[in-house]
Design a binder for this molecule. Structure first.
Ligand SMILES: [Zn+2]
Length: 312
């Protein structure tokens, strides 16, 4: 039995609340009531991600363990998004791009919202659209494979993507009346998004629809080459190209997709180490203690741990 002070119990409660560990009631040898804890599938995945970044060089067998745990996590979710995720991660692994995805996931965790559902949502609906030509290619190939493997999952995945992008558009839309009319008209076209574009000549907005994958591909290409999204001309003047990003006072409409691939691993490592061992004077911060506990739990991932609260 491990004895533990109330502060750690509080942290364990937090990890339980975040669904990273699960607890059950148990009785100790001297018939005291205790709690036992163990990792959930998600918790094990996150712990392994932290572990990966706490070691200097990632050896092949650790990389494989992490990869398999991530795959297990998405397999257990069993929905259209997770089905796509499994294919995508598999292709990233075989094309040696997995480390970029791992870095992104670690960053998500480090910047995690204190809102449980927001945090869990970002992990469950892992974003696969990266501003990166090779990873985008992997996304396209994976989507094609998904359409062959399960046409229903493919349609559901595209439907999610459509609704997601259109919700962002609605929140920034200047011509909502036109937008909602065309949105309804195109609501059955699962592979199509309705967009609002800006013409700098007319100084006006127009609504049009486009194939979702074509839009995202152009979005990434224009972002990478630092040019405007520029092959759709304005329906009003027919001269100027429409702009979908950084329109007037608005920033890029797809901020969620603005995933940078981290080239400077060092920067990330520094941040992680800082957060892991952050202290206020003599005491570790709550967040750093959480991270340390996650790593501590990793050693005996499958077992329940008996923990009793004692006073310090
Ligand atoms: Zn125009």
């Amino acid at each position: 039995m491990e004895s533990i002070n109330p502060k750690v119990v509080e942290l364990l409660d937090k990890l339980t609340y975040l669904e990273l560990i699960e607890s059950r009631r148990a009785e100790s040898k001297n018939h005291e009531e205790t709690e036992e804890y163990r990792f959930t599938n998600l918790g094990r995945m996150i712990a392994l991600l932290f572990y990966c970044h706490s070691i200097k060089t990632l050896d092949k067998s650790t990389a494989e363990t992490v990869y398999n745990q991530i795959q297990n996590h998405y397999k257990s979710l069993d929905n259209s998004h997770s089905t796509m995720c499994i294919i995508f991660l598999h292709n990233c692994w075989h094309n040696k791009e997995l480390s970029s995805i791992l870095d992104y996931m670690i960053k998500l965790l480090l910047d995690a919202s204190s809102d449980k559902y927001e945090f869990l949502h970002k992990i469950r609906f892992l974003n696969m659209v990266f501003i990166h030509k090779r990873i985008w290619k992997i996304f396209e190939v994976s989507l094609e494979y998904l359409s062959i493997q399960s046409h229903l999952a493919y349609e559901l995945f595209l439907f999610h993507l459509k609704l997601y992008i259109e919700d962002i558009m609605v929140s920034k839309c200047r011509k909502l009346k036109d937008y909602e009319t065309i949105r309804l008209k195109k609501s059955q076209d699962l592979d199509t998004v309705v967009l609002e574009g800006y013409c700098s000549d007319c100084e006006d907005f127009s609504i049009l629809s486009m194939e979702t994958i074509k839009y995202l591909g152009e979005y990434i290409r224009s972002y990478e080459s630092n040019r405007n999204f520029s092959y759709v001309s304005c329906p009003k003047c027919n001269i100027q190209y429409l702009n979908f990003e950084q329109v007037v006072d608005s920033q890029s409409p797809l901020q969620h997709f603005d995933n940078r691939v981290w080239n400077e691993n060092q920067h990330l490592e520094k941040t992680l180490v800082k957060k892991l061992f952050n202290s206020n004077g003599n005491e570790y911060t709550k967040k750093s203690m959480q991270y340390q506990w996650i790593i501590h739990f990793l050693d005996q991932a499958d077992q329940y741990h008996k923990i009793t609260a004692i006073q310090d």
